[in-house]
Design a protein around this ligand. Structure first.
Ligand code: AKB
Length: 337
């Protein structure tokens, strides 16, 4: 019997690669993947179809819509915060217009099959905009401080709202009542993966510091030592995507959830790395623009609603993340290089 199909956009990105691997190993879905960049053959082999192209390409999107029937869509593709600040127009096109194309596929498939497509969107702490005078000693809830300073953050916030709109109010072109898609969204903190080094983001200093130390390379951190951000290891990010996608809809009191694992300063990350690589050469040379972006993100976010509604909890805190996952895996990754 044919398996249900899942679409993963941004499948060659940091989260996408791990999600493809997870779902392929589980064997529950036929995986249809989409990314702008060419995947490694080992990744492409795990999918039923790997489309290389742009989510703005209407012709490609129409082809994907016609050739498949998705039960679930993980929409991960997007231009990240630092890249987005260098090219805000591009970020807006890809993040907003591209997302609209994917939402429309989900909506059309929901209507055609008479069953709501589950649409999982990866949003970000970039949706927040904290000012100096704001009190962030208390973890920030999903509805507070929604005045993002980056194009990326503004785009994320808007897509969250678009998703909510499709899910609750959308009517077809003729104004007819339609079967609506089932929108679910996670606001991710900074993510740290032992397998990949991110690029184009602003929480990248955490993973960059780790991967540089493991390779014996010096690292100059672009935020100040006291800068604090919430983080999570990649395996917990994948768990949260899977858990939210499978939570019974009637248990979801919200459409948008924060998830987090530990809040640490850049100095704490450096100290942790020095426990394992005492010779690591790490210094701090804050870059004004990137520092301002990170300063506009909350130190701590409240993931209580996710814990209550769908039993979310991270598997790894700061110590166990580094001791049990990140350090052993990055060591292995670079041991013969
Ligand atoms: C970025 O830094 O842009 C991302 C994010 C926090 O969403 N990693």
């Amino acid at each position: 019997m044919a398996k249900p199909e899942v679409l993963i956009t941004g499948a060659n990105g940091e989260i996408g690669q791990r999600l493809v691997e997870y779902l392929e190993e589980e064997g529950r879905y036929d995986i249809v993947a989409l990314d702008l960049t060419e995947p490694a053959p080992e990744l492409a082999e795990k999918t039923k179809a790997f489309y290389r192209g742009n989510i703005l390409d209407k012709h490609l999107m129409d082809g994907i819509e016609t050739h498949h029937r998705f039960e679930i869509i993980f929409h991960l593709a997007g231009v990240l915060s630092s890249t987005g600040e260098k090219n805000p127009m591009l970020a807006h096109h890809v993040n907003v217009d591209g997302s609209l194309n994917i939402l429309q596929i989900a909506q059309n498939h929901s209507q055609a099959s008479g069953k709501s497509v589950v649409f999982v969107f990866s949003s970000s702490i970039a949706a927040y905009g904290i000012r100096k005078e704001d009190d962030t000693t208390v973890p920030v809830s999903v509805r507070q401080y929604l005045t993002p300073m980056t194009m990326y953050g503004i785009n994320k916030l808007y897509i969250e709202q678009l998703g909510r709109y499709y899910c609750t109010s959308y009517k077809g072109e003729e104004g007819e009542d339609s079967v609506k898609l089932d929108f679910r969204c996670l606001r991710f903190p900074g993510l740290i993966s032992p397998q990949t080094v991110p690029s184009g983001g602003t929480s990248d200093y955490g993973p960059e510091m780790l991967h540089a130390a493991a390779q014996g390379k010096p690292y100059s951190c672009f935020v100040s030592p006291g800068t604090m951000l919430p983080f999570m290891v990649m395996s917990d990010a994948i768990r949260s995507l899977i858990m939210l996608s499978r939570a019974p809809e009637d248990q979801l009191r919200h459409r948008i959830y924060n998830v987090t694992a530990f809040s640490v300063t850049a100095r704490q990350i450096m100290k942790k790395i020095e426990q394992y690589w005492p010779e690591a050469e790490i210094d701090f040379e804050p870059v004004l623009k990137r520092q301002a972006i990170v300063d506009s993100w909350p130190d701590r976010i409240d993931d209580g609603p996710a814990r209550r509604d769908w039993d979310w909890h991270p598997e790894y805190d700061f110590d166990s993340a580094f001791d049990n996952v990140l350090v052993p895996h990055v060591r292995k990754r670079y041991e013969n290089k």
